[in-house]
Design a protein around this ligand. Structure first.
Ligand SMILES: *Cc1c(COP(=O)(O)O)cnc(C)c1O
Ligand SMILES: [Zn+2]
Length: 430
């Protein structure tokens, strides 16, 4: 291999260079993967996730100190009777070195994505998100000056804030639900110069999230036996599997893939149902009946993705099957009470989604799916909101335009976005 990395399609096996490529050029229905020249992971003396730069699809780094932090649990571990529980925390927790000021592991994805796009000169990024992803991209935009177009349901706009001014965000609010925002976001990407973030197809997103597995493993020197995470799209689970495969190939951390123990929040649990039924496609009528009503009732609404990359080659189902994994359906009540238990035993407030993951671990320990001495990596995907609200400035991201659900991307709206884009280009040249 000449460069630092290539992309490879697990469908046809073809390798090719990265041009911010999201899909196989031959049209395979598969998630592309990065293949790195370095087989052994050498942590760099760089801040945050750039410590793991060898296994990120970027050449340089950003001066940002927001990476996952891993430590051995004492309080929760004792409570659950586990002797090898590693917590990898993504959020704001200054005493532990947690510096993700928008409080979720979506910052792990936003940083390498923004940098990869800049290095490839691919254009301006467009992201559709109902919450944590949008906030993470606004934050990284604020910190780096990288322009980004964010499309959200109007009802979710209040979740978009940053802790530094973010002057290069074009926020479009849609009077509709998340699916309407995704549809409008696609339209916006028809404007030359705007490119979609790509979701699970984006290798920078997955390898950024995979740094949780790298950090947790390097902290203990061994791959864990189990990896616990709450999932909505499952991208973090796929990322953990890919990172673990690299660590196995490295050779120094063990030879067995950690079993992925992934959880969703009742009553919206499409992947749990598809897994239990052995289905390679999510069947809406079976796996997410009354989707709208169910989505409205969950505690952790970042876990309510209707189109997860489930059956696609290299997707969540493959990751579960390859690792001998398991799925959990967690009630709101269990998630809430476990969030309190975590705050009492570990000393930080959790994102509702992280509370779902911890609740699944409580069940696994109680029901003896895992034994006390086995090594567990718990991905705490978000937390520290209360601390962040006390310590940090908060800048609401102001909407640039508001559109109706199903609106066409034309006329004044298109002109306005084009005008914004032209200003960004002028500013970038200055
Ligand atoms: C997005 C998110 C998840 C789920 O992540 P996926 O791996 O993409 O399904 C879990 N927890 C938090 C806090 C999140 O923001
Ligand atoms: Zn292919």
């Amino acid at each position: 291999m000449k460069g630092k990395y290539l992309l490879r399609c697990p469908g046809c096996g073809r390798p090719f260079p990265d041009r911010y490529t999201l899909d196989c050029p031959s049209g395979c229905d598969a998630l592309l993967r990065t293949v790195y020249a370095e087989r052994r992971l050498t942590p760099r003396n760089l801040p945050g996730i750039f410590r793991y730069k060898d296994w990120l699809p970027i050449e340089g780094h950003l001066p940002l100190d927001a990476g996952p932090v891993s430590y051995e649990s004492a309080g929760l571990a004792r409570e659950l009777g586990l002797s090898n529980l590693t917590i990898t925390f993504s959020g704001y927790w200054p005493e532990r070195g947690g510096r993700m000021e928008t409080c979720s592991f979506k910052e792990l994805e936003a940083q390498p994505t923004v940098l990869r796009l800049r290095e490839k000169g691919a254009g301006v990024l467009q992201v559709s998100s109902a919450g944590n992803t949008g906030r993470a991209f606004c934050q990284v935009s604020g910190l780096t000056g990288a322009p980004v177009v964010v499309v959200v349901p109007a009802s979710a706009a209040a979740r978009l804030w940053t802790t530094v001014p973010a002057a290069n965000v074009c926020l479009i609010t849609v009077d509709g639900d998340y699916s309407d925002s995704i549809a409008f976001g696609k339209e916006v990407c028809t404007l030359p110069g705007i490119v979609p973030e790509g979701g699970a197809k984006n290798v920078a997103r997955r390898d950024g999230m995979g740094t949780v597995m790298l950090d947790g493993t390097l902290a203990t020197g061994r791959l864990p036996d189990y990896y616990f995470q709450a999932v909505g799209s499952g991208t973090g689970g796929i990322a953990a599997w890919e990172a673990a495969e690299r660590l196995v190939a490295d050779g120094r951390f063990g030879s067995r893939l950690p079993a992925l123990h992934l959880s969703q929040n009742l009553p919206f649990v499409p992947m749990v149902r598809a897994w239990e039924a052995g289905r390679d496609a999510i069947v809406p009528a079976e796996d997410m009946p009354d989707a709208e009503a169910s989505i409205a009732r969950v505690y952790a609404d970042v876990l309510t993705n209707r189109h997860p990359p489930w059956g696609i080659r290299g997707g969540v189902r493959d990751a579960l099957a390859a690792s001998g994994g398991r799925m959990y359906a967690v009630s709101n009540e269990d998630a809430r009470s476990t969030g309190r238990l975590f705050a009492d035993t570990e000393g930080i407030d959790l994102d509702p989604a992280a509370a779902v993951a911890v609740a699944s671990l409580v069940r696994a320990a109680e029901e003896r799916f895992i034994s006390p001495e086995e090594r567990v990596l718990l991905n705490v995907t978000g937390g520290g909101y209360e601390r962040a609200a006390e310590d940090l400035d908060r800048y609401p991201v102001e909407p640039f335009i508001r559109v109706a659900a199903g609106a066409a991307f034309e006329g004044e709206v298109r002109d306005a976005v084009q005008g914004w884009l032209a200003e960004q280009e002028v500013a970038a040249r200055a």
